[in-house]
Design a protein around this ligand. Structure first.
Ligand code: BGC
Length: 454
């Protein structure tokens, strides 16, 4: 059964889907607060600074989690750390739901955030280390699909909870249920992880030859497994030091630059300004509360559909091409939105259309591909730590954007804000076209060899 070179797609897809449930937690946790914050403000009498802190403290946790994920996963393994991330998420959900005080709530959100920081870094990395090269892009991007599903699903969860009681129940309890329901996907994630194997590349790095071979054989058949194991061994031995200093050698330095710059660009081009503040933006062009919420649902739907398009294209067209096309469309869309806002009577339909076009372009390119690229471009010996550096940069950039977007919007208005995002997208376009390298179809070892020989 496993003696040919036949790839066991059923097995790797299943393992990838299990890991991708981590993405669901990511999506859930980043957007659950949007439905809860209004009621919490009334309940705890939060001023606007405190409100901002309650929303963004999760990102501080995520930065810490991403930083820890690298070192700990290189040392203790991907699977163990993923299980811990699921547990942290679950504990964070329970404590935040039961918190009698706002300070305890913030601590709980930071704990959950640490879980998200770990899983956001390790889910793509784990899938990349287990997937056959041919469809690694698609399998890793299942993670992004789960993130997007999580973001949209929470909207409906929140709505159902709010409809379950009256105003005073909402203020006292609805937000507790919104956060507490995170327990379900959290525990599901932990349980499912118990059923999947450790990453074959990590096993080999730790010297578990036999186990690594068995797993590779199960994935690709005996012949291919022998070849892959030899390649993995070779690349581990070549970079024997396993020190993070490896990243500052000329060849790998460029990999580090690509990883970190792409991670920052994913955030500073403005996706989360739209994800977190869409209803507010739509209200500015005259949509009522209901219409702006409907439009927010449409944003979620477009995000989902175009992530599917990306999954379909990513291993065919390649990462670099999609990043170039995506950032070009993002730049144009943001510039048009900026121009509309700078006119005396912005056209609401046009703004909606170009915001949707921006989201679609992001979903095809920078959304899934950045997470994929940072999981696949670094050498096996230090992959955990190197990916984590890029992931920390991403979460930091997310924090900065979510802190400063409302301030920028208030001080300079939407036109300037969108022009700034457009300029940063233009930079993303130039960077993708000139610096990013194509990794489609290559094994992780081939990618590693290419860096070290450049
Ligand atoms: C980003 C998130 C963003 C999401 C939107 C992810 O790739 O990392 O910050 O909210 O995409 O779909």
């Amino acid at each position: 059964m496993t003696s040919s070179t036949h790839t066991n797609y059923g097995f790797v897809t299943l393992v990838s889907i299990v890991a991708a449930v981590g993405g669901l937690l990511f999506g859930y946790d980043t957007s659950v607060i949007s439905g809860a914050i209004g009621f919490m403000q009334t309940k705890f009498h939060l001023n606007s600074a405190m409100q901002g802190w309650v929303v963004s403290c999760l990102l501080i946790g995520a930065i810490i989690g991403a930083a820890l994920a690298g070192f700990l996963s290189d040392r203790f393994g991907r699977k163990k750390m993923l299980i811990i991330s699921g547990l942290l998420f679950t504990i964070g959900s329970i404590i935040s739901a039961l918190s009698p005080t706002i300070n305890l709530f913030v601590i709980a959100r930071i704990i959950g955030g640490i879980g998200i920081g770990i899983s956001s870094t390790l889910v793509p990395l784990y899938i990349a280390e287990i997937a056959p090269s041919k469809n690694r892009g698609r399998l890793v991007s299942l993670n992004q699909l789960a993130v997007v599903i999580g973001i949209s699903a929470i909207y409906f969860v929140n709505k159902a909870i709010v409809n379950a009681g009256d105003q005073s129940w909402d203020v006292n309890y609805s937000w507790r249920w919104m956060l507490g329901c995170g327990l379900i996907p959290g525990l599901l994630f932990v349980f499912l992880l118990l059923l999947v194997p450790e990453s074959p590349r990590w096993l080999e790095k730790q010297g578990f030859d036999e186990k690594a071979f068995k797993l590779l054989e199960k994935i690709n058949g005996t012949d291919q497994a022998k070849k892959e194991l030899a390649d993995i061994k070779n690349s581990i031995q070549k970079e024997a030091s396993g020190s993070i200093r490896l990243l500052f050698k000329p060849g790998f330095r460029i990999a580090l630059i690509i990883g970190v710059v792409l991670a920052i660009l994913q955030q500073v081009t403005g996706i989360n300004a739209i994800m977190y503040y869409a209803p507010e933006i739509f209200k500015k062009v005259g949509a009522g509360t209901n219409a702006s919420l409907t439009e927010t649902i449409i944003v979620g739907l477009v995000n989902f559909l175009f992530t599917l398009v990306s999954l379909w294209l990513i291993d065919k067209v390649g990462r670099k091409t999609l990043l170039i096309i995506g950032s070009a469309v993002m730049t144009i869309s943001l510039a048009v939105v900026g121009f509309e806002f700078s006119s005396a009577h912005p056209n609401g339909t046009l703004v909606l259309f170009f915001i949707l076009l921006f989201v679609a372009a992001f979903a095809v390119s920078f959304g899934p591909i950045v997470w994929l690229v940072i999981a696949e471009i670094f050498p096996t010996n230090i992959r955990g730590r190197a990916t984590a550096i890029a992931s920390v940069a991403l979460w930091l950039a997310d924090f900065v954007v979510s802190q400063f977007f409302p301030i920028l919007l208030g001080k300079t208005g939407p036109a300037t804000t969108f022009f700034i995002f457009a300029i940063l997208s233009l930079f993303a376009f130039i960077f993708s076209a000139t610096v990013v390298r194509e990794t489609k179809g290559k094994s992780l070892e081939e990618i590693e060899t290419e860096w070290s020989t450049h």
